[in-house]
Design a protein around this ligand. Structure first.
Ligand code: CTP
Length: 399
């Protein structure tokens, strides 16, 4: 496991030494790139001695490589930026390559993790927050800063995350975390996407779901060794490798497919945005606006798939989602009760980082044990968090 550690110019640069040592203890070969400013805080000699490799401080005149940025990016199975300054985050977003560290980041073709540390106002600035959101949507993983006493004298958010957490996130990105193939031997059913409820042969009632979250859960479960049955409404994305895909259109079809797919499964995650109502009597011909009633469509409630799966679950694990635009936690708690599932993943779809179609999500995990609010993360990281809870619930059931 090869890690490139990119050290930038902030007081937390000294903590990068600890991150390096922890990664080495976990079995990683670590090579370092430093910005010029980083070297004002900690000398390159320190990192050279710790890593047993020449530290990349320039694109020119390096002993061990004539193209150090490309060689370092090629070497790395993961790159971690510690501490990440507002400057390097902005450069990463823009693709600016004006020194060895930023050029290595542009040349990266592996998971990239960023552990920011800076003054609270710099962290909260609109520019930094927008840069973070954009990078997260491109798949960059953030190990979010903590609140506390900052070196600049302020108290607030901006302190580098615990070095243990930075190391754990890096190992996880390397696929060497505790997860491994922890769902091997398990069967998971996932519902995803919207449903289309026909009004007539050319019109339907739909919603803005893209299926991305459900597909990310299916992909993560496959990675972790599960057999995955994916029941999907109409979406325009590819199914992940190795999942058993059943395409459906309407809520009624999804209900039937999901109930069947849950037979013999160990758990299910209902991510689909199922229509709550469907036209009572869809027309068999295209309705004509002048001749027929298009101003009033009689609707009937659809069956609640999540509630029906929960009613039959026995000791199996059932997870639902709650997409809300207000009173997120209150609605999510009510849904947990009403539907009888083990966990509700609640997200506020009125926020840009967690809206339909986004590549990130910010969710709260609501269960009988309480509420756990997670940071904004790329969808695959959210998927792994949800599956961690599924794995824990399955595990506790085996005992
Ligand atoms: N769900 C379902 N079948 C339905 C409606 C919803 O399985 N007919 C599931 C969704 O897949 C999701 C959860 O129930 O896991 C919550 O969906 P949501 O649309 O947020 O809630 P609703 O039950 O529709 O409640 P409301 O419209 O009051 O928000």
């Amino acid at each position: 496991m090869n890690v490139a550690l990119v050290v930038c110019g902030g007081i937390a640069a000294y903590k990068a030494c600890e991150v390096l040592r922890l990664l080495q203890k976990a079995g990683c070969d670590v090579r370092v790139a430093m910005t010029e400013d980083a070297q004002r805080f900690v000398g390159a000699t320190t990192f050279e001695a710790l890593s047993h490799h020449e530290v990349v401080t320039s694109l020119y005149g390096m002993r061990e490589s004539s193209v150090p940025h490309v060689d370092l990016a090629d070497f790395a199975d993961a790159i971690v930026v510690v501490p990440a300054t507002a400057n390097v985050i902005a450069k990463m977003r823009a693709g600016i390559a004006d020194d060895a560290a930023s050029t290595t980041l542009v040349a990266a073709h592996c998971p990239v993790l960023v552990a920011p540390a800076m003054n609270v106002h710099m962290w909260k600035s609109a520019a930094t927050q927008e840069n973070v959101r954009t990078l997260a949507s491109r798949g960059v993983r953030f190990v979010m800063p903590e609140s506390g006493h900052l070196a600049c004298g302020y108290v607030g958010e901006g302190k580098l995350a615990q070095v243990e957490d930075v190391c754990a996130a890096t190992l996880e990105a390397l696929g060497a975390g505790a997860r491994g193939r922890d769902l091997e031997g398990r069967t998971l059913m996932v519902t995803a996407g919207p449903t289309h409820e026909a009004i007539d042969p050319v019109r339907f009632i739909a919603n803005a779901s893209t299926g991305k979250m459900g597909y990310a859960i299916a992909a993560a479960a496959r990675r972790r060794g599960a057999r995955v049955r994916l029941v999907s409404g109409p979406v325009s994305i590819e199914a992940p490798e190795g999942v058993e895909l059943e395409r459906v259109v309407s809520a009624a079809e999804m209900h039937d497919a999901a109930m069947r797919a849950f037979e013999g499964a160990d758990a299910c995650v209902c991510c689909a945005a199922v229509a709550d109502y469907t036209p009572v009597a869809p027309a068999d011909h295209k309705l004509k606006k002048s001749a027929e009633h298009l101003d009033c469509i009689e609707l009937v409630e659809t069956a609640d798939i999540l509630a029906d799966l929960s009613a039959e679950k026995g000791s199996r694990v059932v997870v639902g989602f709650a997409a809300e635009t207000e009173a997120l936690l209150a609605h999510a708690k009510a849904k947990l009760e009403r539907k009888g599932c083990d966990l509700i993943v609640a997200n506020d779809v009125s926020r840009p980082e967690s809206t339909f179609g986004a590549d990130t999500n910010r969710v709260a995990l609501v269960s009988a044990e309480g509420v756990e609010q997670l940071d904004v993360m790329p969808l695959d990281a959210v998927a792994d968090e949800v599956l961690d809870r599924v794995a824990a619930l399955l595990g506790s059931d085996d005992e």
